[in-house]
Design a protein around this ligand. Structure first.
Ligand code: HEM
Length: 522
């Protein structure tokens, strides 16, 4: 039997196929080539990309080489902290080969890496809404962050920032200090118990305890009295984050991989749906009691709810606004703080003289009490240690932007669609900025603040800078100071023989095998 097709159908079919092919050719070949040639005309070069995958292969190979050779401090002491080479080996290699400004690609996305201080300053302090968060973040982190403040752009971002920022100002954080002190005390008590059981000292892997601590703080700050429901939500978000970090390179490859019902994708979709339902359940409970006592709930969720109520957004949009911003605050604030605390203890464990100094300061100022805001402001040496930790082990290694229109920074023309990466990890250890001891742990460099520590203070950016600077900076610093001062006032610690030094990049830069310490009660 010979199939007969209507000639009109055949013509339309051929037209659609050629349009799809044309669009694919444009997206995968023409556009990336055009962007690269606009950059190379300005003398900006980089490794040659392969079709569809860009430089993913080189990145994967460089990372594999590093992860197979972790260092144990028993063999070599941890006294050189070159975190950038360990977590971004490919960036260091290309920087040496192509200079301080170079380009590479992941999938068909063109990335411009900028290490020149004057350009970095212009980019991260740029107030134009034409410079935004990269659209790929919505692809890679969509299930985790939705379209909350961290992934949105333009007026949508500006509105969310206006609503959320005042809730995390220092004045509000001061009101959270008793709650933070309670969470830290609970961690100290659990270490006390382990140490007692083990006859005076114990080998403790600190990471899970710090995650529990910062998860508790964020759950209580976000959900107040619905805190136990908050914990359930956050454990699902944690699982979702783990799945997405496994997908982080594959998802860049153009095509339909993120839509395929693979095991990872199915799990991620289920968790995303569960989280949304759980948050909306808390919201429904709140609405039931809202008229009983309007002052009952004074937490971030209530503030997001009220902001949504006062806006002229439609019901469906309001739901997403609430769900996405609750998720964003959790994701932005949970692991970053926990990982920083772990790196801080690793550094104090390997620098006993600084551990003794900061402990003496904490004991003298707090005298066994949970610190209040006046005490925290007096703890200068502890602040210096946290700054130095964030310099050497910045948990967020890249500050990324996308040119949403053609843009110009000094002499540099950035075509629309190019992603720009400023790299805290690299600029925090650049010897031209910090001196020849840039890779050493020396908190004393911060004795006169950030401006006294380096020639170009804007190159110190663990919390970013400019209009999109971290909203939770004051909360994070307060959490870290309370937690660390209580630990130092109660315990002494050194690196355990089980500790393996291997900073590695998942979604954040974290200790690949955790931080194991030998902890003793004072
Ligand atoms: C040590 C802990 C933390 C570090 C190192 C850190 C670092 C950062 C960095 C580098 C950015 C991106 C800035 C940019 O793109 O210019 C950021 C954004 C953000 N952070 Fe943090 N953060 C920490 C803790 C927190 C906490 C505790 C919260 C909330 C409770 C939080 C909420 C946010 C939010 C909402 C944004 C997005 C701001 C926007 O796009 O306008 N962060 N953070």
């Amino acid at each position: 039997m010979v199939l007969q097709f209507d000639p009109k159908f055949l013509t339309s079919f051929a037209l659609v196929v050629s349009m799809v092919l044309f669009m694919l050719y444009n997206d995968l070949v023409v556009k990336p080539k055009r962007l690269r040639s606009k950059l190379s005309n300005q003398g900006i070069n980089g490794p040659t990309p392969s079709f569809m995958i860009g430089n993913i292969w080189e990145i994967k190979k460089a990372k594999e080489l590093i992860t197979t050779t972790p260092k144990s401090p028993n063999l070599e002491p941890v006294d050189v902290h070159d975190c950038a080479s360990l977590s971004f080996p490919f960036i260091e290699t290309w920087k040496q080969k192509y200079g301080k400004v170079f380009t590479f690609s992941i999938g068909n996305t063109q990335i411009l890496v900028v290490n020149k201080p004057e350009i970095v300053r212009d980019i991260i302090t740029c107030k134009s809404l034409d410079l935004g968060r990269p659209s790929y973040e919505k692809k890679t982190l969509g299930p985790l962050l939705g379209q909350g403040i961290a992934t949105s752009n333009g007026t949508k971002w500006a509105n969310q920032r206006k609503i959320l920022a005042p809730e995390l100002y220092m004045e509000k954080v001061k009101g959270m200090m008793t709650m933070i002190g309670e969470c830290a005390t609970s961690l100290v008590n659990s270490w006390d118990d382990i140490i007692k059981e083990n006859g005076g000292s114990a080998n403790i892997k600190v990471d899970e305890y710090f995650r529990e601590f910062s998860g508790d703080v964020i759950s209580r700050a976000c959900f107040g009295s619905n805190y136990s429901k908050g914990k359930q939500i956050f454990s699902k978000l944690e699982a979702l984050q783990e799945i997405l970090s496994k997908n982080s390179l594959v998802i860049w490859i153009p095509g339909i991989i993120k839509y395929l019902p693979t095991r990872n994708n199915r799990e991620a979709w289920k968790l995303e749906k569960d989280v949304k339902n759980c948050i909306l359940e808390v919201v429904r409970d709140r609405k039931k009691y809202a008229n009983d006592d309007n002052n009952k709930f004074k937490d971030l969720l209530q503030m997001v709810l009220e902001a949504a109520k006062n806006s002229n957004l439609s019901e469906g949009v309001i739901e997403n606004f609430i769900v996405d911003n609750c998720k964003t605050i959790y994701v932005a604030g949970y692991e970053t703080t926990a990982i920083t605390a772990a790196w801080c203890l690793m550094l104090l464990a390997s620098n006993q003289e600084w551990q003794d100094l900061v402990r003496a300061e904490a004991l003298q100022i707090c005298n066994g009490k949970i610190p209040d805001s006046t005490m925290l402001s007096k703890m200068k040496q502890l602040t210096m240690v946290i700054h130095e930790t964030l310099r050497l082990y910045s948990p967020i290694p890249v500050i990324s932007r996308e040119a949403l229109k053609d843009m110009k920074f000094g002499d540099l023309n950035v075509p629309k669609g190019v992603l720009i990466w400023a790299m805290p990890l690299t600029s925090h250890t650049d010897p031209d900025i910090w001196g020849s001891d840039a890779y050493k742990f020396k908190p004393e460099r911060f004795a006169n603040g950030v401006s006294g520590a380096c020639k170009l203070p804007h190159m110190y950016m663990p919390f970013g800078m400019g209009p999109r600077v971290c909203l939770g900076r004051d909360l994070a610093m307060t959490e870290l100071k309370i937690l660390l001062s209580l630990i130092l006032s109660n315990f002494s610690f050194s690196l355990s023989p089980e500790y393996i030094h291997s900073p590695s990049l998942k979604l954040l830069v974290e200790p690949q095998y955790g931080v194991n310490l030998l902890v003793k009660k004072l």
